[in-house]
Ligand binder design. Structure first.
Ligand code: NAP
Length: 253
């Protein structure tokens, strides 16, 4: 890709949390950013933060697990912001429960957003990347992919994303497109706050406990994940493909 080409990125689930952090970092790196989330109205704050970095931001409401919604949303992004060459599949949900209490709906919803969602978004976006012979896809896995009590659905989805990542890396590499995944550990967001609430724990205490068991003695922030995304999407990272990077402070002790 020539240096003067406009760079357009899509970040899903970017109204808040890790996605918002990634969107702002990519803007700082010189990308116009489509801020995708379920509710377009909820994207306003992130769009303003992207624009504060001097880039264009476009809030787009779409459901990543719905094929029609994805096709229409990605077409709108291409028309209004530019052909996307970077996609970060970040949208996610949890519906935790022990296996014997897990409903079919909770299983289907979690796999739907993470797996079906990443599949649909990647399929729609890759067409623009193949045409440009350049692209970057980054998927959000999790340390939960290694197994986590109460998360059979989420763990399965996050492990599945690792296979998805390696397979797309093989299929798309010859078009100048790299596909990598980041597996975060504990990151302070609404998602971990909801986990604390479900466990009946104060969120600050929950963070303290997580930090005490972490080799670097702290929990993560969205900026920690955005840093890894920035590396993967960099022009100079073109030989880094099909990798799963754990960004978690190190193995749990
Ligand atoms: P979050 O604060 O809950 O944000 C997730 C965002 O995704 C929300 O704005 C949510 O919208 C949106 N979303 C949910 N379903 C969607 C759909 N079908 N289509 C479009 N957008 C949708 O979560 P987070 O902690 O930032 O997590 C971001 C990603 O990192 C997720 O994939 C998560 O699994 C992964 N991750 C997080 C952690 C952590 O410790 N936080 C650790 C490992 C991996 P609504 O608010 O409308 O639901």
């Amino acid at each position: 890709m020539s240096p003067d080409t406009t760079k357009t990125a899509i970040v899903t689930g970017a109204a808040r949390g890790i996605g918002a952090g990634i969107a702002v970092r990519l803007a700082a790196d010189g990308f116009d950013v489509a801020v995708v989330d379920l509710d377009e109205g909820a994207t306003a704050e992130t769009v303003a933060a992207v624009e504060a970095e001097g880039r264009k931001g476009l809030g787009v409401g779409l459901d990543v697990s719905d094929a029609e919604s994805v096709e229409a949303g990605v077409a709108r992004i291409a028309a209004e912001l530019g052909a996307p060459t970077v996609l970060v599949n970040n949208a996610g949900i949890t519906r935790d429960n022990l296996l014997f209490k897990m409903s079919v709906e909770d299983w289907d919803q979690v796999l739907g957003v993470h797996l079906r969602g990443s599949f649909l978004m990647s399929r729609a976006a890759q067409a623009f990347m193949v045409e440009r012979r350049w692209g970057r896809i980054v998927n959000l896995s999790s340390t939960s992919a290694l197994g986590n009590r109460g998360q059979a659905n989420y763990s399965t989805a996050k492990a599945g994303l690792q296979g998805f990542t390696r397979t797309l890396a093989v299929e798309l590499g010859s078009f100048g497109i790299t596909v990598n995944a980041i597996a975060p550990g504990f990151i302070v967001t609404a998602m971990t706050e909801a986990t604390a609430e479900r466990m009946g724990m104060d969120f600050v205490e929950f963070q303290k406990q997580a930090a005490a068991h972490n080799p670097v003695r702290r929990v993560g922030e969205p900026a920690d994940i955005a840093q890894a995304v920035s590396f993967f999407v960099d022009e100079r990272s073109g030989f880094v493909n099909g990798q799963i990077l754990y960004v978690s402070g190190g193995p749990t002790v």
